[in-house]
Design a protein around this ligand. Structure first.
Ligand code: URA
Length: 239
């Protein structure tokens, strides 16, 4: 059971106070009857209408975003802009967790969800979920770097699990990197250990879900049913 104002806010993408106002005005119908009591407990499967239109409760929200440079992958208030500010107010209220933070200057795929178990399984090295990045380097990479990535690197405070480095044959400064963990500055540190500097970094895939290139910097959308089902199954979960 869930409070009607919470269910209405989540289902209709409203803030809690907007939902309370709508309920008090008699705009919300639960299983065929108007309910004007915001803290009334109702079943999550209740048939909910707002202004006569059906609205559906989402237990969890799953979003992808093309993170722009200059934004923090943080949910807390900071002086820098945070990616959550790019979402509408109702979604900001859902306390979405960011799956695998990106550095301020890194762009590309961010997944945001309030499904904490999915977030854990996508980020924990134990579950071996691939994260794929496009990196541009200051100088070309070579076969020794490919071997170093494949062998797992000692980075001082930890040893990186084996990763895959693919070098663009046209321009050796452009690389595709696949790793299964996500320690702080990991890709930059792995290249640094090979004597190279990453000048641009973009994540293009997590757990087999690829960035939608049509979003553009700062754009976001809900995962499609196929993406959501695939991601959950890949992590051994069902909704
Ligand atoms: N590795 C990095 O170095 N930075 C990121 O933002 C992500 C992975």
């Amino acid at each position: 059971m869930i409070r009607l104002d919470k269910l209405t806010a989540q289902a209709a993408n409203m803030t809690r106070s907007q939902a309370v106002a709508a309920i008090k005005k008699g705009r919300v119908t639960v299983d065929g009857s108007i309910c004007r009591v915001p803290d009334q407990k109702v079943g999550e499967q209740a048939e909910l209408l707002l202004d006569g239109q059906p609205v559906t409760y989402e237990k969890y929200v799953y979003l992808m975003m093309d993170k722009p440079a200059g934004y923090l992958s943080a949910t807390e208030d900071t002086r820098d802009p945070s990616v959550t500010e790019l979402l509408p107010e109702a979604l900001q209220k859902r306390s979405l967790g960011i799956v695998g933070r990106l550095d301020k200057d890194t762009t590309g795929l961010l997944l945001l969800t309030d499904n904490g178990e999915l977030n854990h399984r996508l980020t924990s090295p134990r579950y071996h979920m691939d994260k794929v990045y496009l990196a541009t380097l200051d100088v070309p990479a070579d076969g020794r770097d490919v071997d170093d990535f494949e062998n797992g690197m000692d980075l001082g405070d930890f040893t990186a699990m084996p990763g895959r480095l693919e070098i663009d044959p046209e321009d050796g400064r452009n690389c595709r990197v696949t790793i299964r963990e996500g320690k702080f500055h990991q890709v930059k540190r792995m290249f640094r250990a090979c004597g190279k500097t990453v000048v641009a970094l973009r994540r293009i895939s997590i757990g087999g879900v690829s960035l939608d290139d049509t979003l553009g910097a700062g754009g976001w959308r809900r995962l499609t049913e196929n993406e959501k089902t695939f991601l959950l199954a890949n992590c051994g979960l069902k909704e």
